[in-house]
Design a protein around this ligand. Structure first.
Ligand code: ZN
Length: 254
């Protein structure tokens, strides 16, 4: 069931972004489907799909905002809710929170759909990534080109390239906190949760993280840290994000 839905959603996303070269106009797309976007201010981000009294579909997008423009994060939330709409309408698939397995499968499917809708994976897959530095450059370029957050850009790169790990951090008064982390060692890993770091340096944290998941293998670990303020999400809210990438390479022939 899940594989079938996943394949169907990927095809749907490709059809919906057909002819769009860079940034997809998500508002226009939803308008065309008769779905209205309602923006609400909230400290944390969330979204919901709903119907009004007349049966018209609405997508509610909550998050931090200074104006009525959609942020990169809002765009992803709206695209994710469109995934729910398509699953509900075409497959009558809208599991409730009590049905945990299906609920989380559904969330994952909608995230995958949103990523494919906003980012052209057929272009991303063509990038040859030869170093962690190159990986960070591609993530940044992808985020800007498709107007998505660094996390969404990183996810699309990891979905199309294996053997990479990416972590994002913010600096606090007393060190660093991890915002998120992803790896593509055996398929894409679940998002690493937010965490306050024990070590003082980002390099140390990424290296420990990399070493932990590589322990059993004899692979070589390359890693890079880059400081960036390019995050679309953080530019808007003036946090400084540091992004790190590591690459996992097979041991060289001796
Ligand atoms: Zn959802």
């Amino acid at each position: 069931m899940k594989a079938e839905l996943s394949a169907w959603l990927i095809t749907s996303a490709e059809k919906l972004r057909a002819g769009v070269k860079d940034e997809l106009d998500i508002k226009k797309l939803l308008d065309g489907l008769g779905i209205r976007i309602i923006l609400e201010s909230s400290a944390s981000r969330s979204g919901a799909l709903a119907q009004d009294g007349d049966g018209n579909w609405l997508v509610v997008v909550r998050g931090q905002r200074r104006n009525q423009n959609l942020t990169a994060v809002d765009r992803f939330t709206a695209a994710h809710e469109l995934g729910h709409y398509l699953l509900q309408k075409n497959w009558a698939f809208s599991p409730s929170f009590t049905d945990k397995k299906n609920y989380y499968d559904c969330e994952e499917l909608c995230n995958q759909f949103a990523s494919r809708l906003l980012v052209d994976h057929s272009k991303i897959i063509e990038f040859e990534i030869l170093s962690p530095q190159m990986c960070l450059g591609v993530i940044r370029a992808c985020a800007e080109r498709y107007s998505v957050s660094l996390e969404v850009a990183a996810r699309s790169i990891l979905e199309t390239h294996s053997g990479i790990g990416v972590c994002a951090f913010v600096k606090n008064t007393d060190g660093y906190s991890r915002l998120w982390g992803l790896s593509s060692l055996n398929g894409i890993s679940p998002r690493f949760p937010k965490k306050r770091l024990k070590s003082k340096s980002v390099q140390e944290e990424v290296f420990t993280w990399g070493r932990n998941f590589l322990e059993k293998t004899g692979v070589r670990l390359d890693f890079a840290t880059e400081s960036t303020e390019m995050s679309l999400r953080t530019k808007e809210f003036s946090n400084k994000v540091e992004l790190s990438a590591i690459m996992i390479k097979p041991p060289a022939d001796v």
